[in-house]
Design a protein around this ligand. Structure first.
Ligand SMILES: Nc1ncnc2c1ncn2[C@@H]1O[C@H](COP(=O)(O)OP(=O)(O)O)[C@@H](O)[C@H]1O
Ligand SMILES: [Mg+2]
Length: 492
């Protein structure tokens, strides 16, 4: 039973006081009455038990004794405001329990007007245990942080499928900001690469309460693809209602890119083997044709025959050139590698290309980083690669009309990035069609007129760069220009 201090023992008041205490104890919340100066005058069982320690009586103690220092000022302030306006005020704080631990509480203050003189200018404090709520808040904070800082892109939608949250990883992967996405349907990322049935299956799975996992090709804000493995799950409220969906992505763009590269490399390899065989098969009969043509040329006087034989000879020469490229590609490993100054091979290549007739109006600029480490290469081959790239650039600039600010120019750069020598050959030529980009490294792919291109230059270059464990990539915009980038590891 609670005890009160200095109570006037009048009968009527005593009865009222008993009633009040009875009422207090019936309340589920922790309740106190405090005097105007903040001392505890009364408390229900729940309240007394919470605060009292074995040898201390809490009645007549100051309420601030049970509050953390940070809340004491607020407490005083609330009493002042409460006394002035009589408004009901609240304070979220902790109460020091009898075992010296703290309980998270929400305190509600109101001025008491009951019991005429007895509790005049007293305050009622109802404390609600919010430790569960606090724990939930903390849990929520932890999960919010987790979602915010994880490297996995995360999106959450409402039950209609409209986005209500995306994390920074999602913003980065998609190129959209959170503000642009909230309220939108995730189909704005659609690449239209997946059939309707694909999405239908996903909706069927998640709307039946199950988790769906799949690999999806999406579109970034700038139109580039981004590949993700995505797990979509419905969010079900404890009362069974569907309140939304969340999707966690795993960015697999790099993996997809590597896969494509691998497929590409394998394709090239098999084509290489095929070509080597072909070169061998064609080489011998071609040599026979060539010598037969020479014999007939020597023996025939007929002008018509001579003219036609000349044509045959030029065609045979062309085939021979192709065969030579093919053989080059397949016998590459027999050349001798040596420590090579890449910049020197670039300069030599530029000198060779400069003298060609087509390159007359073209300025070839080079910015080659000094002191690049020499690397183990076959100098002739690497020079061949640069010649191929430069000649292609020269070809791409044919027909381009130079303007004041845009001359016909080619830029060649070399630099060291991490453990790679990186060389770029850039032109402002006609560019490569998007559809052709994946084909240009294939043998015999050419957009040039018959006789002008064999379609072998890039294929041979690709093979050479690969054999030195390097890589060659292309970026191109139609009517803007093309950049080839070669990366050669300095440790092979
Ligand atoms: N710098 C470039 N600008 C535009 N297109 C290019 C460039 N480099 C290569 N290409 C395209 O790639 C094709 C293949 O090049 P390549 O293998 O060197 O064969 P070729 O030059 O004999 O056609 C070319 O026909 C052209 O369409
Ligand atoms: Mg070429």
């Amino acid at each position: 039973m609670t005890k009160s201090v200095n109570l006037n023992q009048s009968k009527e008041i005593k009865s009222l006081h008993n009633d009040l205490r009875y009422l207090f104890n019936a309340l589920p919340d922790i309740t106190y009455v405090i005097s105007q100066d903040g001392r505890i005058v009364e408390g229900n069982d729940a309240g007394i038990n919470l605060l009292k320690s074995n040898n201390t009586q809490i009645l007549s103690k100051h309420f601030c004794d049970f509050l953390p220092a940070a809340s004491q000022y607020q407490f005083e302030d609330i009493l002042r405001r409460c006394s002035k306006s009589g408004e009901r005020l609240r304070l979220e704080t902790t109460l020091k329990k009898s075992d010296n631990t703290y309980l998270d509480v929400e305190l509600f203050f109101s001025k008491l007007y009951v019991l005429n003189n007895e509790y005049t200018d007293c305050y009622l404090i109802v404390a609600r245990d919010i430790s569960d709520k606090k724990k939930q808040e903390l849990d929520l904070l932890r999960f919010t942080n987790l979602a915010h800082f994880t490297v996995n892109p995360i999106e959450i939608t409402d039950q209609h499928g409209n986005i209500i949250y995306v994390n920074p990883a999602f913003e980065q992967a998609s190129g959209y900001s959170k503000e642009e996405l909230v309220g939108k349907n995730p189909n704005i990322f659609s690449s239209r690469k997946h059939p309707k049935s694909f999405w239908h299956r996903m909706w069927q799975t998640i709307s039946s309460g199950k988790v769906w996992v799949g690999e999806v090709e999406n579109l970034k804000r700038n139109g580039d693809p981004f590949y993700t493995q995505i797990l979509v799950s419905p969010i079900i409220h404890p009362d069974g209602e569907l309140v939304g969906y969340f999707g966690i992505h795993r960015d697999i763009s790099d993996q997809k890119y590597l896969e494509q590269q691998l497929i590409h490399a394998q394709k090239m390899e098999s084509i290489g083997m095929l070509a080597a065989g072909l070169a061998h098969e064609v080489g011998n009969p071609l040599a026979s044709i060539s010598s037969l043509v020479q014999i007939i040329q020597r023996t025939s006087e007929d002008e018509f025959t001579q003219e036609k034989l000349e044509l045959i000879k030029s065609q045979v020469t062309r085939i021979s050139r192709i065969i030579r490229d093919l053989v080059d590609f397949s016998r590459r490993s027999t050349y001798e590698v040596q420590l090579t100054d890449v910049n020197k091979t670039i300069r030599d290549a530029i000198e060779i290309v400069k003298v060609s007739k087509k390159a007359k109006e073209i300025i070839i600029n080079s910015k080659l980083e000094d002191n690049l480490p020499p690397i183990m290469l076959v100098p002739d081959q690497i020079e061949q690669v640069f010649i191929n790239l430069l000649l292609n650039a020269v070809d791409a600039l044919q027909g381009v009309i130079p303007t004041m600010e845009n001359k016909k120019q080619i830029y060649v750069h070399s630099t060291l990035i991490d453990d790679f020598i990186v060389i770029t050959v850039e032109d402002g030529g006609k560019g490569i069609k998007q559809d052709d980009l994946s084909k240009i490294f294939e043998p015999f792919f050419t957009t040039k007129k018959v006789g002008e291109g064999t379609g072998l230059g890039l294929w041979v270059s690709y093979g050479i760069i690969k054999s030195f464990r390097g890589e060659i990539r292309v970026k191109s915009n139609e009517n803007v220009g093309t950049t080839f980038t070669i990366r050669l590891p300095i440790q092979q």
